[in-house]
Ligand binder design. Structure first.
Ligand SMILES: Cc1cc2nc3c(=O)[nH]c(=O)nc-3n(C[C@H](O)[C@H](O)[C@H](O)COP(=O)(O)OP(=O)(O)OC[C@H]3O[C@@H](n4cnc5c(N)ncnc54)[C@H](O)[C@@H]3O)c2cc1C
Length: 262
């Protein structure tokens, strides 16, 4: 790339070093390279992927870390940031029904994208619950949808260069809207009277290690994304995505892997 080289052969681009070639490091390296950085990504293990790796024994393959995808758009964005398409590398399959919850009284609830089936199941547990859930969970103006998008746009996708940028009046308003001081279980108890439904639509907080009794109501974004964006498998395991991202990174951008560093 001629324009990147100064007289004397030095690379004119600013240099960025990314420590760790997990999903996070590789996605950051891809984005930095596309922003014009000369990126060096260092990884202490012999293969990229971080916690997303696999063990193969006697022809059987086991995921060591992640096995399902929530918010697939995040993976597509990582590939798109280097001008590629995740679909060129792997096949994603929606898991539907996502799971079946079996309750203490013998009843069960299948989480599925089939709205009619959801209506039948919810209404059999609590009259009027489907409409309230639909209003809360599925509609564009729903709380879970808003929580996800407000959090991504205003917090996750933003840089905060000082404490004042974070503790700003705008963020104070946002935290109020996201109901960060309200407990998730209290919030969901307003939507459902039936304790089975209250559990079914708040236990997902435990995916990230938080009890719904302690988690902020903001976490309703998890139930929203699980239902509306779906839960996905990658044929051959998520490690296939790590491998593809590493390959694309090495072939499309200036990125030096220094594997086996400690
Ligand atoms: C058992 C398990 C199941 C999971 N299931 C799911 C799931 O189903 N779905 C899902 O979305 N998420 C799941 N997760 C979470 C997901 O695996 C992680 O959120 C994700 O892999 C984190 O990526 P990362 O790049 O931030 O960190 P990591 O994957 O931890 O990558 C960090 C990398 O940095 C390297 N490193 C660290 N220090 C140095 C250093 N000093 N020098 C050089 N290299 C360094 C490490 O070797 C590693 O490769 C699961 C996690 C576990 C453990």
């Amino acid at each position: 790339m001629g324009s990147d080289v100064e007289a004397g052969g030095r690379d004119a681009r600013p240099h960025a070093v990314v420590v760790g070639a997990g999903f996070g490091g590789m996605s950051a390296a891809a984005r930095l390279a596309c922003c014009g950085y000369n990126v060096t990504c260092v990884e202490k293990h012999a293969t990229p992927g971080g916690r997303c790796t696999e063990i193969v024994r006697e022809g059987h393959r086991f995921d060591v870390g992640p096995s399902i995808i929530l918010v697939p758009s995040a993976y597509f964005e990582a590939f798109a940031s280097i001008g590629d398409d995740l679909n060129n590398h792997v096949e994603l399959m929606r898991v539907d029904p996502t799971y079946t919850i079996r309750f203490y009284d013998g009843t069960k609830l299948e989480l599925t994208g089939d709205l009619q089936r959801m209506e039948t199941q919810l209404e059999s547990m609590e009259t009027g619950s489907f409409k309230r859930w639909g209003e809360e969970t599925c509609a564009d103006i729903s709380y879970g949808h808003d929580n996800l998008h407000m959090t991504l746009e205003n917090i996750a996708h933003r840089n905060f260069y000082s404490l004042f940028e974070f503790f700003s009046p705008l963020n104070a308003f946002l935290l109020h809207k996201l109901k960060v001081l309200r407990k998730h279980y209290n919030y969901i108890s307003q939507v459902f009277k039936d304790s089975r439904l209250r559990s079914a639509f708040s236990f997902q907080d435990m995916y990230i290690g938080v009890s719904p009794y302690d988690a902020p109501a903001t976490f309703s974004l998890l139930q929203y994304t699980e239902f509306c964006d779906g839960v996905w498998y990658c044929r051959g395991g998520l490690y296939k995505i790590s491998q593809a991202l590493a390959k694309v990174l090495q072939s499309r951008v200036t990125c030096v892997w220094k594997l086996n560093m400690s």
